[in-house]
Write a protein that binds this ligand. Structure first.
Ligand code: 13P
Length: 340
């Protein structure tokens, strides 16, 4: 493994002011997103929408990497430029989601297990050929009365570690994504507890697998109240709890933490990130790898119409810039309605 190359790519993706665009929706997920604007999930809508995002002028200032999905990695612009080449030429690292989604964890009701380790080494070799520089693998934890279980934490952590080891062997920077879901009526304290266990298990397995911490990125959830919890924690509480959990569990050798948005609104995700960076005092770049929170407004301005592309690109540029400001703790909610 070329440790130096992995480290320099990982650091470049989270260079100051930059984060990641997660545009790696699988077929079922992109179908859901397109349906939300009354579009059918045709290949041309999927391709055209990604072209809109990837050709937005100036976003390379704020976006260091884009996570794509298998189909998107093989798509090109209308002018015939393959997407990985387009992104690379703009100074944006192309990445690829390599897990195959989750299934029920056998004999553990309510828990999930991520698929896709079989044949992963061979798939990674192909993605390197296609121009990928980094990858993503997501495990999912639902909070319930007696879940996650110790077995659930450990099984998922082991899959993340094996994935990360295979990626580094192939010269790809792994983004390790253990996601504790917001769904449910649990308190912020319970989210803190579960996320702490999940991250503890993940780093124990990464260590056992020999993964270079300097050559990876962590993509965790923020510490939030459950969506249906009657008491919703505020921004400061979220920022403090999230920093506390990460300080307890994430070695300082990891170059960057890139949060998922997980169902927060675009403004919430930006505000929470900014609050953490305003507090500061941690050893990692604290950044974003948002899917919905970076794209929701763009999708809603595009609506599948070519005449809306320029405005949709303005909207995307604006949200990317606001998140870049959040990297410095310089976002304020007033900016939502100001010219940026
Ligand atoms: P969200 O930001 O929409 O949670 O998506 C990020 C992601 O990549 C989930 O796997």
């Amino acid at each position: 493994m070329d440790r130096q190359k992995l480290e320099s790519v990982a650091q470049a993706i989270v260079a100051p002011g930059k984060g990641v665009l997660a545009a790696d929706e699988s077929f079922p997920t992109i179908e859901k997103r397109l349906k939300s604007i009354n579009l059918e999930s045709t290949e041309e809508y999927r391709r055209g929408y990604r072209e809109l995002l990837f050709t937005t002028d100036g976003v390379e200032e704020f976006i260091g990497g884009v996570i794509t999905f298998d189909e998107t990695m093989r798509h090109e612009t209308v002018d015939g430029i393959p997407f990985p080449e387009l992104l690379t030429s703009r100074g944006i690292y192309p990445g690829i989601k390599v897990d195959k989604g989750t299934r029920d964890l056998a004999l553990y009701p309510g828990e999930k297990f991520t698929q896709g380790l079989d044949g992963l080494r061979e798939r990674l070799a192909e993605y390197v050929e296609l121009g990928a520089a980094f990858t993503k693998w997501r495990t999912v934890y639902t909070i319930g009365k007696d879940i996650p279980t110790e077995y659930g934490y450990n099984a998922n952590a082991a899959s993340l570690a094996q994935y990360a080891a295979l990626c580094q062997e192939a010269g790809l920077v792994p983004i390790v994504e253990p996601e504790v879901l917001m769904d449910g009526d649990h308190t912020i304290e319970r989210c803190e507890e579960v996320t702490t266990y999940a991250l503890e298990a993940v780093f124990a397995e990464l260590f056992a697998a020999g993964v270079s911490l300097e050559g990876m990125l962590l993509k965790p959830n923020m510490i939030l109240s459950g969506k249906d919890c009657s008491v919703q924690a505020g921004v400061q509480e979220i920022a403090e709890a999230t920093i506390r959990v990460l300080k307890r569990t994430v070695p300082s050798a990891v170059p960057g933490i890139v949060f998922l948005s997980g169902g927060q609104t675009p403004a919430q995700a930006t505000e929470n990130l900014s609050a953490m960076n305003a507090i500061g005092g941690f050893p990692w770049q604290m950044s974003f790898s948002y899917g919905r929170a970076l794209q929701e407004e763009t999708l809603n301005s595009w609506l599948g119409k070519s005449e809306n592309v320029p405005e949709a690109q303005n909207v995307f540029y604006r949200r990317a810039k606001l998140n870049s400001l959040a990297r410095y703790g310089e976002y304020t909610p007033e900016l939502e309605t100001a010219a940026v």
